[in-house]
Design a protein around this ligand. Structure first.
Ligand SMILES: [Zn+2]
Length: 440
């Protein structure tokens, strides 16, 4: 099995090298507003494929260009006009380039590629059209709706007759993840505008589907499943964050892990392969895309926070076919906090201080996510709006990210995450959103 994994690693490396060599460069980003339409044009030095999708709360249009880099363009983006409130770009670790248009109101996007001609090279065009104004009667009273608390469903993995992974020192996954879950629940409880929901609060066995059903019944806005990994190679250690994939696992280890975690249902004597289950899974996959994007976003923030306190096995969100994460509308992540099979990780997990640090890291990641993407009609939405207007920083000559972070008592990483900065480069006149101050 180790031989196989080595081979997979080598191929991935070769592939990454080939992609880098063939990357299309975005030469320029232009924006124009005529009549009712706002047009964003990316000038490219080659042909590329793209994928466009929209996100709500706040309204965004996201364009991913495969095997493309923004490189120098990032430093000289045009000022937003028309229906676009802000333009952000990032080169992603998978080799794709992402353009995000923050919209002042929901708009209807249309995108198309243009071949070279009339003095221009390859171009990708994104047109935005205003939606027809909604009837006034549809609008609800914002004052009344803003009182809702966000619900964070915390799912301690395994339990009861399913102990999960077991450390050499005897530590059981089901026990340690419950302790971490309860610490996280306490931090969420203390956070204004948020409420925790534990899928299990004792040592009880729960089928995988039941966990998600409970979270849905509790009105969860986020589902976070907490685990501790094990692997035959005891040297492997560190935390990982997974999201559901509807296209197959992103690496061999993720696939193996998904198989093992999914087998928990068999302990209860229920096969995952019965027809209804398969049908349900297919239906869920079809409607999964919007919350998958959100899951990846919250996963990125969690990795960022976990990386601040300890070792992270993989620097990006991993995708795996976890049954526990199949939810049609709730952003969901599964965190393997550490490798219980590694002696160092096992002793960390046993320490109350480390459990608390893990819970704090998750709490910070969750808070960063919801302050950046507050669901409409929640207290957090109102708090985030208030904070945004109070806490913006316009870059002046000589400013650096670390100075700004220090001034507002936030971390550089959360500053970068909140503003989707993929490097430490900032430009004069750029407006940075300042994330909430840390509770550590
Ligand atoms: Zn587990």
């Amino acid at each position: 099995m180790r031989g196989l994994r080595m081979t997979v690693g080598c191929c991935a490396l070769l592939l990454a090298g080939a992609l880098a060599a063939q990357s299309v460069q975005v030469k320029d980003v232009r924006i124009a507003h005529t009549g009712e339409r706002t047009r964003v044009v990316m000038d490219l030095d080659g042909d590329t494929t793209h994928n466009l999708f929209t996100l709500a709360n706040p309204n965004r249009v996201v364009v991913d260009l495969s095997a493309t880099r923004f490189a120098g363009t990032r430093a000289r983006l045009p000022a937003a006009i028309g229906l676009v409130g802000n333009i952000r770009v990032a080169d992603r670790e998978n080799g794709s380039a992402r353009l995000v248009l923050d919209l002042d109101e929901a708009a209807r996007p249309k995108s198309f590629a243009l071949q070279p001609g009339a003095g221009f090279g390859h171009r990708l065009v994104v047109d935005l059209y205003p939606l027809d104004a909604a009837p006034a009667a549809v609008k609800t009273s914002p004052r009344q709706a803003q009182s809702r608390d966000l619900v964070v469903a915390i799912d301690a993995g395994h339990g009861g007759k399913d102990p999960g992974a077991r450390g050499r020192g005897g530590l059981l996954e089901k026990d340690v993840v419950l302790r971490i879950s309860k610490r996280l629940a306490q931090l969420i409880e203390d956070e204004p505008g948020m409420r925790p929901y534990l899928t299990r609060s004792g040592d009880s066995f729960l089928k995988l589907g039941e966990r998600m059903r409970r979270a849905q019944n509790a009105g969860a806005d986020l589902f976070i499943s907490i685990h501790a990994d094990a692997f035959s190679d005891r040297r492997v250690r560190g935390a990982s964050v997974y999201v559901l994939s509807n296209k197959g696992a992103s690496d061999e280890a993720a696939k193996l892990l998904a198989e093992r975690e999914n087998q928990a249902d068999l302990v209860g004597g229920v096969s995952l392969n019965d027809k209804d289950d398969t049908l349900a899974a297919v239906l869920v996959d079809l409607s999964q895309n919007a919350s998958l994007e959100a899951s990846i976003e919250v996963g990125d923030l969690l990795i960022d926070e976990l990386g601040r306190i300890g070792k992270v096995r993989k620097p990006t969100v991993q995708k795996a076919g976890f049954k526990v994460l199949k939810s049609p509308d709730i952003p969901s992540v599964l965190i393997e906090t550490a490798f219980i099979s590694n002696p160092h990780d096992e002793s960390n997990l046993q320490s109350v201080q480390y459990q608390q640090r893990l819970a704090r890291a998750m709490h910070n990641g969750i808070r960063d996510y919801f302050y950046a993407n507050p669901p409409e009609g929640t207290r957090i939405a109102a708090l985030a709006k208030q904070q945004r207007s109070e806490r913006e920083h316009v870059i002046r000559r000589g400013d650096t990210l670390s100075e700004i972070a220090q001034r507002y008592n936030v971390s550089v990483s959360s500053l970068r995450a909140t503003n989707r900065l993929s490097s430490s480069r900032i430009r004069i006149g750029q407006v940075l959103r300042i994330p909430p101050t840390r509770g550590i």
